[in-house]
Design a protein around this ligand. Structure first.
Ligand code: URP
Ligand code: ZN
Ligand code: ZN
Length: 465
């Protein structure tokens, strides 16, 4: 046999090109692109379908400790199952630094949780919660050298927020090692101040989560993070950007020639703060940070995607069950929004939402879709060209899409561990019908293909941005 698999006659799309031809796969890699390829064990008819690089979701949280009594709804099996169902071939979750354990030990524990459980490939970012001498002087440089080439820091959240000095010290290590830093940009003190004020007024329902973190809080922190990166002479990824004011800070920095990259997410395109107004605790289903904003902010996020201010579109999948005292209905959450676990599921919904609202409705072209959902993630996080594109020699990580298939997003078709989706009822046009990881079909027509999970850990090079 010349090939293990041939994908016949599909419309093959990369971030740059669109061409109709056959695609031949051998030993898990793309071996040929051309017309009339023949001789394969398996032939997949893709006429009338798009053949895209599998989605890479570079911002997901899996099995991350989330505070006393709170449990994340996904383990590695359920999150990667959901990812595969949604046309993804790789996810990048975070290893959160523990206060009482060496980082290497924590990273190894995540590996053990993932080993043999994943339906798509995985790689890990680190979260630096305590940038002490041991971490910055020894652990972090060693981990970067071993392929953990990106890490996130937070400007807010109890137990995670770093002050400017700590951020600068961490950036110095990024500069020294070539690692890429990601930042959660919200002003911690302003949030604490407003939270206390709202609670005092009795404004404690989930809706007031949004009021405790208004747009200027994100704008100020974004500006400060960019300034710290400028002074430190390091690139920076501003994650989960939700509105125009923060986007304009990023646009200005990019226009100055600074290496500032940015990410937005589906919640900022299709949800608003109104969603957090649900009766009783229903609004908790939409509580995430930064919070969903308004229609004008949605427009701004689209503009950022169209004009290239945002090169990354990720889910920030951070799932908690709703009807669960270890999730959104944690008892303390009823006393104040402050205690409602932050985060929403979205790893399976990310691509259909962008395909439908973006490509099918003519807001972005299919090449931009591929760029912001796969190629740029691979480039940004040291995986390109092994991942994120369709080219001879690249891994055969592929999603076949039916651009005409209409579906309604519902919890039943998300296949995650949560008991709800914040995107329930959204009608989409365009749906992934097959997902293939390194030549192995893992999802076909909405069903997981039986067999051992094929996903594997992928070590990464330094970023290419
Ligand atoms: O609310 C969110 N986004 N939770 C996930 C953690 C984070 O900040 O990314
Ligand atoms: Zn964050
Ligand atoms: Zn996140």
């Amino acid at each position: 046999m010349t090939f293990d698999t041939i994908i016949r006659g599909g419309i093959i799309v990369t971030a740059a090109d669109t061409v109709q031809c056959d695609l031949g796969i051998r030993n898990g890699r793309i071996a040929a692109l051309g017309s009339g390829l023949s001789d394969a064990g398996t032939v997949i008819d893709a006429r009338g379908r798009y053949v895209l690089p599998g989605g890479i979701d570079s911002h997901v949280h899996i099995a991350q400790p989330s505070g006393p009594g709170i449990v994340m709804a996904d383990d590695f099996e359920s999150c990667t199952r959901s990812a595969a169902m949604g046309g993804n071939t790789m996810v990048l979750p975070f290893c959160l630094q523990e206060t009482d354990a060496p980082m290497r030990q924590t990273v190894n524990a995540y590996h053990r949780l993932a080993e043999g459980k994943c339906h798509v490939d995985v790689s890990f970012h680190l979260i630096i919660a305590n940038p002490d001498e041991q971490m910055l002087g020894q652990e972090l440089p060693a981990l970067v050298a071993d392929g953990y080439t990106s890490f996130k820091v937070f400007m807010t959240y109890d137990g995670l927020a770093l002050n400017d000095m700590q951020i600068l010290e961490t950036m110095a290590v990024a500069k020294e090692t070539g690692a890429l830093m990601m930042i959660h940009a919200e002003n911690y003190d302003m949030i604490r101040f407003l939270t206390a004020k709202l609670e005092k007024q009795g404004d404690t329902a989930p809706y007031f989560h949004g009021k405790s973190r208004p747009i200027p809080i994100e704008r100020e922190a974004t500006h400060r993070a960019i300034t710290l990166a400028e002074v430190s002479e390091v690139p920076l990824v501003v994650v989960h950007v939700s509105n125009r004011e923060a986007m304009e800070e990023i646009r200005r920095a990019q226009a100055k020639g600074l290496k500032i990259k940015a990410e937005t997410c589906p919640q900022y395109l299709v949800l608003t703060e109104e969603d957090m107004k649900g009766l009783n605790m229903e609004g908790a289903k939409y509580v995430c940070s930064p919070p969903p904003r308004d229609k004008a902010s949605q427009q701004a996020c689209w503009e950022g995607l169209k004009t290239g201010v945002f090169t990354l579109f990720s889910s920030d999948h951070c799932p908690f069950r709703y009807d669960d005292t270890q999730g959104k209905l944690a008892p303390k959450g009823r006393t104040s929004f402050r205690w409602v676990p932050n985060g929403i599921p979205g790893v399976a919904a990310r691509l259909p939402i962008l395909f439908s609202e973006g490509v099918s409705k003519g807001r972005i072209d299919i090449n931009t879709f591929v760029a912001v959902t796969a190629t740029n993630h691979a480039r940004t996080y040291g995986l390109y060209p092994r991942k994120g594109t369709i080219a001879v020699g690249s891994d055969a990580d592929i999603a076949i899409w039916d651009p005409k298939k209409t579906m309604t997003i519902s919890n039943a078709n998300q296949h995650h561990g949560a008991d709800y989706t914040p995107y329930e009822g959204i009608k989409v046009k365009g749906w992934p019908v097959l997902t293939m990881v390194r030549g192995n079909i893992v999802m076909k027509d909405g069903a997981l293909v039986a067999g051992r999970p094929v996903g594997a850990y992928q070590s990464r090079q330094l970023s290419r941005i």
